[in-house]
Design a protein around this ligand. Sequence first.
Ligand SMILES: Nc1nc2c(ncn2[C@@H]2O[C@H](COP(=O)(O)OP(=O)(O)OP(=O)(O)O)[C@@H](O)[C@H]2O)c(=O)[nH]1
Ligand SMILES: [Mg+2]
Length: 203
Amino acid sequence: MSNIFSAAQFLKTVVKFADLPTSEGHEIAFLGRSNVGKSSTINALTQQRGLARTSKTPGRTQAINIFTLKPATLKLIDLPGYGFAKAPPAVIKEWHMLIDEYLRHRPCLAGLVLIMDIRHPLQGMDQAMLDWLLRSETPVHLVLNKCDKLSRMQGQITMQKLETALADYPLVSMQLFSAFRKIGLEELRKKLIGWFELPANVT
Ligand SMILES: Nc1nc2c(ncn2[C@@H]2O[C@H](COP(=O)(O)OP(=O)(O)OP(=O)(O)O)[C@@H](O)[C@H]2O)c(=O)[nH]1
Ligand SMILES: [Mg+2]
């Protein structure tokens, strides 16, 4: 069945902030450490296997990949993964500067999906990113991906611990997710539809 997400199309890849399209409409960006499943989550959401390139090798997405939805003023943004230690320091610095510039100068940014591997939640960089993001007053939705790797019970316990740890962060919500098993897809869709300011009955 067609919906606003399955109509997604690749628009372009940019490595320089200046090459981003004009800030208009609403954008939702996917952020997280390298290899947590940002690209896989975009593919699950859009029901298109090969839309965002995924890889077993961390650091696959080294640029900003932009996807348009229907209407094209709604966009999904696949940001480079942070904290990929194996890349040369100069390259890492460049990705981080690109992410930083994007987050600070994008008025159309409606929300951030911060993805974590549920087996390694809230690493140093994630916490630093959250602290920084909340000063910018952008709402953040934590997607605890790869929950297929844990039992239901273990997943719930991890999420409860995170909810307690982040109780003071009013703009943060979270959910369990598996891009592989399509667990939590509806919940994520609803979140994004809200940020896009679309009526709740849009599919
Ligand atoms: N078990 C499991 N593995 C997953 C899931 N989602 C992604 N993966 C795997 O995790 C690895 C990384 O996935 P990507 O989607 O490329 O991750 P990414 O965050 O975009 O990575 P970078 O672009 O390198 O930062 C791949 O081997 C995926 O197959 C999931 O829900 N469950
Ligand atoms: Mg990627």
